[in-house]
Design a protein around this ligand. Structure first.
Ligand code: GRF
Length: 209
């Protein structure tokens, strides 16, 4: 059956929000098959919140609870509640610095995606651009993947490559990877919504609920 309603995105981020802004710009183009329903951050004052509000997008801060790298149970329930209240179809992680697991992933099975600044499965974890530079690879890039219980391990949805230049610093490389991310993430969301993406040989389509 042809999808008529737009995919409602819930974007979680802890940082400056350049990916969120790129997705918002894509959503503003006529015919793009998704819209941002809500932006949630664990960091009061994070740039992503201002960038969302400047664009008239609902933005909320939800405290993460007592852990440093994940949400505690009460926070997890609050995040799920906010996303459900906003009738989110697809959870989009855009620089969200906490690991999601258990009940969160059960609430949105195969409906949580992330963007990572390397060509996974190479260089999972923090500062992936610096890991790539230190290792000496000649090509790196970014990856959009489904989120599973591991860290940067879920099925790969899309990738873009970035060449490493002789005179690259961690900063210059990171900037070019982020430029690539700002193209790849909106394109991948569009492909998911239109059902034109293959995941492990299967076509994957996320239907608006
Ligand atoms: C992105 O570079 C992404 O690779 C990583 O976090 C960063 C978020 O940047 N997961 P921004 O907040 O979207 O500018």
């Amino acid at each position: 059956m042809e999808q008529t309603s737009k995919l409602r995105l819930g974007i979680l981020g802890s940082g400056k929000g350049s990916n969120m802004a790129a997705i918002a710009d894509a959503c503003a183009v006529a015919g793009y098959p998704a819209e941002i329903a809500v932006v949630v951050s664990d960091v009061p004052g994070a740039g992503i919140l201002d960038k969302a509000r400047e664009r008239g997008i609902r933005a909320e801060v939800l405290p993460p609870g007592r852990f440093r790298t994940k949400l505690d149970d009460a926070a997890e329930r609050a995040y799920i509640g906010a996303l459900q209240e906003a009738r989110v179809d697809l959870v989009v992680l855009a620089g969200f610095m906490r690991i999601l697991k258990g009940d969160f992933l059960l609430a949105y099975p195969e409906r949580v995606i992330n963007i990572h600044p390397s060509l996974l499965p190479s260089f999972p974890g923090l500062e992936a651009w610096r890991q790539a530079l230190d290792y000496g690879v000649k090509v790196t890039g970014c990856t959009v993947h489904l989120v599973d219980q591991g860290v940067d391990t879920g099925p790969i949805l899309a990738q873009a490559t970035v060449r490493i230049l002789e005179d690259d610093t961690a900063e210059s490389l990171h900037e070019r990877i982020q430029q690539a991310e700002r193209v790849l993430y909106p394109q991948t969301i569009e492909s998911l919504a239109r059902g034109t993406l293959k995941v492990a040989g299967r076509k994957s389509r996320i239907i608006a609920r």
